[in-house]
Design a protein around this ligand. Structure first.
Ligand SMILES: [Zn+2]
Length: 325
């Protein structure tokens, strides 16, 4: 089985627009963490008349860097891949500053969380270590990281041309999974796809139910693989010129994990998510075990939907429930 090769992004310069391709500049926000890697990459497409993808987090230094990068330019559109707090919030400022309209699939969908869905997750909590205070903070941030206030001016649909003329043709490519409203944007002129958090250059993404869906995520990975764009530009991490192959490897990686979940249940009988995480993620930093539990839960929701697994105690699908074949 092929496993995805993750690539590093080194020599990051914060607070400056860096030309990364003939029509593309990137400004990286200084919000590095174990979820955002080196930080949020905001893309500026074109020259003179420009498009901005994911203005980023509410961070003064990033706002100032964008203001400097966009000096003398006309912003014609602000494209939002999804509403996590490191992607959409600064669009409010940019829109007020420039009058440019915002485009996205929609606001963050507030899905009712089934009662007690994450109950039992605290079993995986790691005792705080003063030397790793920052990681603890990040963990908290990850769970409260949605920009629920964002509402786009224009709602986009799959395949729609959202920017046209002056040498730029950009389309919406809807890719639910990481979030229900996730959307990539293509730049047709250079066969580029801006992949937001759907595909990251340096790591797999987080798929956290109930808004995140493993079934949708895997379908969206196939969708990107079939497009075969020349270059993928993730928000976090380096560009990928092996997009089709990489996307398929990401699918394989998830299906392998799914197989491990099934094998675990076969071997141990009815099992809860924390029991599975401790074994299946034994080689992963324990601070990442809680997000891993969300990911395993998203696999189990898919497996229950497909009839491969059921909830052994007859209750709802949740982290504390026991799952059986
Ligand atoms: Zn995200």
């Amino acid at each position: 089985m092929s496993s995805p090769t993750f690539l590093p992004l080194d020599d990051v310069v914060y607070g400056e627009a860096v030309q990364v391709a003939p029509d593309v500049r990137r400004v990286i926000a200084e919000n590095p963490s174990k979820f955002t890697y080196r930080g949020t990459g905001t893309y500026i497409i074109g020259n003179g008349d420009v498009v901005v993808i994911d203005p980023g987090p509410r961070l003064d230094s990033h706002r100032d860097a964008l203001a400097a990068a966009l000096k003398g330019e006309r912003v014609r559109a602000i494209l939002i891949t999804h509403c996590h707090a490191d992607h959409s919030p600064l669009s409010e400022w940019l829109k007020a500053e420039t009058g440019a309209p915002t485009f996205a699939v929609g606001p963050h969908e507030t899905v009712d969380e089934p009662e007690g869905m994450f109950e039992g997750e605290e079993e995986l909590a790691v005792p705080p270590d003063p030397s790793e205070e920052k990681e603890e903070e990040d963990e908290v941030k990850m769970e409260e990281s949605t920009d629920v206030d964002f509402v786009p001016d224009e709602r986009v649909t799959d395949g729609e041309v959202v920017v046209d003329g002056k040498g730029l043709t950009m389309r919406a490519v809807t890719t639910p999974g990481h979030t229900a409203n996730h959307c990539c944007f293509s730049l047709e002129e250079s066969s580029s796809l801006f992949t937001g958090d759907h595909i990251m250059g340096w790591s797999t993404t987080v798929v956290s139910p109930p808004d995140g869906s493993m079934t949708a995520y895997i379908e969206s990975l196939h969708k990107v693989a079939d497009r075969a764009d020349a270059t993928l530009w993730p928000t976090h991490g380096p560009p990928r010129t092996d997009g089709a192959e990489y996307s398929r490897a990401l699918v394989e990686h998830r299906l392998q994990r799914e197989q491990q979940v099934l094998s675990f249940i076969d071997e141990h009988g009815p099992s809860t998510v924390p029991e599975m995480v401790r074994v299946l993620y034994a080689d992963v930093n324990p601070h990442l075990h809680r997000p891993a539990a969300r990911s395993v839960l998203s696999h189990l929701i898919k497996l229950v939907d497909e009839g491969h697994v059921h909830v052994a105690d007859g209750g709802a699908i949740r982290i504390a429930a026991a799952f059986a074949r």
